[in-house]
Structure formats: C-alpha cells, structure tokens
Design a protein around this ligand. Structure first.
Ligand code: ATP
Ligand code: MG
Length: 334
C-alpha cells in the first residue's frame, strides 16, 4: 500500500480574529468591542521566515498570542502541520506549545530573576515531561551551548548577564524543546546594534541547523528585509499587504506600506523622512479601509467597506480599493 504524505503548510490561519471588550469603567456599565485582529488568513511554510510588520497597536502581538495558544481566537481556525489547534484541551495545548515557542522583546521580564539560567532552561523540559533529570541537564546545556552560553555563565542569574546574553538564554529556553516554529515578537528590537547583528546571525544559524521556521514580528524594517522570506503588513487589525520581502521593499503596492517604508529614518540627516501620520481613532477603522483617514488616495469607496486582500500576482496580495501604484494606473497618469 502506498502511503501518501500530505504536505500541509506548517501554520495556517483561516479567517482568524480576536476581539477585546473594553469597559468604560465599572460605574458606567458601558462597554465596546475592539477588533484587535479582524478576520485574517495567512500561511507559513516549513523552513520559512514570515515577517509581520505594522505600526504600534495594529495587532501583531495579539496575532502572536493566538498562534502560540496564549489566547483563543474569537473566530476562525488555526492549523499547525495540518492539525486544528484552535481550541485545544490543556494536555493537547501543552503538546502544541512544545512545538510552537515564543521569544519576547524584553528578556529581563521573560526570565525568572530568582532562577539560574540553566535551571530555567531545564524547567521547559520538565513542563513538557521531556527526559529524566540527567537527560534534562544534558539537553539544557546543549541548548545553551548552541546559543553561545557555556561553563559558569549558565549558573548565573539573569541580572548577572548582559541584555544580549539574556536574550540568548531566552532563545535557549525556546529551542530546548526542539520546536518547529518560533514566534519572535520584537525579539531583537531592544538590543543595541552590534548585539542585534549577533543575535540575528544566531537566529539564522539555528534555523538552518535545527530546521526551524520563524514568525518574525518587528518594527525594524531593515532587519525584516534582511531576514524574512515573505512579509505581511498589518494595519488596524488587518493584513493589508503580503509579498516576498525583496518585492515588498522594492515595489510596495499598498499606500500604507509605502508610508511605512518612507518613515524609516535615514542615517544621513539631510535625507528627509516622513513620519507616519498618527492613528485618528482605532475604532473608526472597524468597517472601513483602516488607512482611509490618513490616505492621500482615499475615495468614497474607501469609507464604505474595508477592502479584502486580493492577489495582484502569484505571490503578492494587497487590500486596497484604489491600488494607486498599479503599473497600468501609473502609466495612464503619465
Ligand atoms: N488585553 C487586552 N485588552 C484590551 N485591549 C487590548 C489587549 N491587548 C491588546 N489590546 C489592544 O489591541 C490592539 C492590538 O494590540 P497589540 O498588542 O496586538 O499591538 P502590537 O501591534 O503588538 O503593538 P506594538 O507594536 O506596540 O507592540 C491595541 O489597540 C491594544 O490596545
Ligand atoms: Mg506588540
């Protein structure tokens, strides 16, 4: 009998959204709903680094919390390696967390200040019931060695390490369970330039040697461009553009992506940059294009309904009613 192995994407989000109920205070009795993530679909292939970028508050960390099972989605379904992980019971949830790990921006708050680094890395194995005490010691030391922490360093407490070393320890804690996907939520954003480059190289090396995939959330577009295979641009809880990284940065098609890229400060002070116009009201964006209030190309249709993400070629999608940078339109304008 021939066994046919299905090639599922490693991660697949189908119309996934998450709402938060905002109370106006216990005395008012009023509340409103904030759609932190609307109804988004996304796939991540095994071995891929998928970047998520967007301005502060656009829903990146909420999306990360849905993927890692920290929060449950309000709608939609999440598949990991073909298995529905949307609403798992606690033991199945724990098993899925072994395969999907997360690293946050601030290692100092992610690490336990009262535990030695080696003990914290071993903790991850205990939680997931991996190995016996001797085996766990070896696995933890091995993971720490992979991130460049060895010997007496592993017996230190977090405050006895530099920021870069702390982030290496947090990465060791993530890789010790041999995950397949790591969600990196601004994981290199707080590091200074030289350490950032080292940690990025470490992430590249671990990806190759351990066959990892990353969901890489960052506001640092230069790093995203360098590291990611594809990039999703989020705005007001929606994905508004999705494309291979080089194409997205070379030819951004959504007006918001253009604005985001133009807002990167240039090292030469004489090169002007245009800071992003501020969000007017996050709730206003619920049923209209989330960029409508700030977009130079806005037309009536943009205030009527949020555009759906649609393909402009085999690998590039945008959600824009106007698509002002479509090559045909640009030619017509000449
Ligand atoms: N627990 C919560 N309760 C209510 N609203 C929340 C909660 N967590 C997040 N939000 C809101 O959801 C929206 C998305 O937040 P999120 O943290 O996902 O943004 P982000 O893109 O990660 O921003 P940043 O780049 O600043 O980290 C924001 O408007 C935020 O205020
Ligand atoms: Mg965040």
């Amino acid at each position: 009998m021939t066994v046919v192995k299905m090639n599922f994407p490693l991660l697949q989000l189908e119309n996934v959204g998450r709402d938060f109920v905002l109370s106006a205070g216990i005395w008012s009795g009023k509340s409103s709903i904030l759609r932190a993530v609307h109804q988004e679909s996304l796939t991540l292939q095994r071995g891929e680094i998928l970047g998520i970028v967007g301005e502060s508050g656009c829903g990146k960390s909420t999306l990360a919390s849905l993927v890692t099972g920290v929060r449950e989605p309000s709608r939609g379904r999440i598949f990991f390696d073909g298995q529905d992980i949307t609403h798992l019971k606690s033991s199945a949830r724990r098993a899925s967390r072994r395969r999907i790990q997360i690293v946050f921006q601030n290692p100092a708050s992610a690490l336990n200040p009262r535990m030695r680094i080696l003990t914290q890395v071993k903790e991850g194995l205990i939680v997931h019931g991996i190995g016996d005490p001797a085996g766990r010691e070896n696995l933890a030391r091995e993971a720490l060695l992979k991130v460049g922490l060895a010997d007496e360093m592993v017996m230190r407490y977090p405050h006895q390490l530099s920021g870069g070393q702390q982030q290496r320890a947090a990465i060791a804690r993530a890789i010790v369970t041999s995950p397949e996907l790591i969600v990196l939520d601004e994981a290199v954003s707080a590091l200074d330039v030289s350490v950032k480059a080292q940690v990025i190289n470490l992430l590249k090396h671990l990806k190759r040697s351990m066959g990892l995939s990353y969901l890489f959330i960052s506001h640092d577009l230069a790093v995203v461009r360098q590291l990611c295979d594809r990039v999703a641009v989020m705005l007001g809880g929606r994905i508004v553009e999705l494309a291979p990284a080089d194409e997205l940065f070379r030819e951004p098609r959504h007006p918001f992506t253009r604005t985001l890229i133009e807002a990167i400060p240039h090292p030469d002070p004489d090169v002007p940059f245009a800071p992003l116009p501020p969000v007017i009201d996050r709730k206003l964006s619920a049923e209209r294009c989330p960029f409508a209030d700030r977009c130079t190309y806005m037309e009536e249709v943009c205030a009527g309904a949020a555009p759906l993400l649609s393909s402009i070629d085999a690998t590039h999608q945008i959600g824009c009613h106007i698509d002002p940078f479509a090559p045909s339109l640009e030619r017509a304008a000449l």
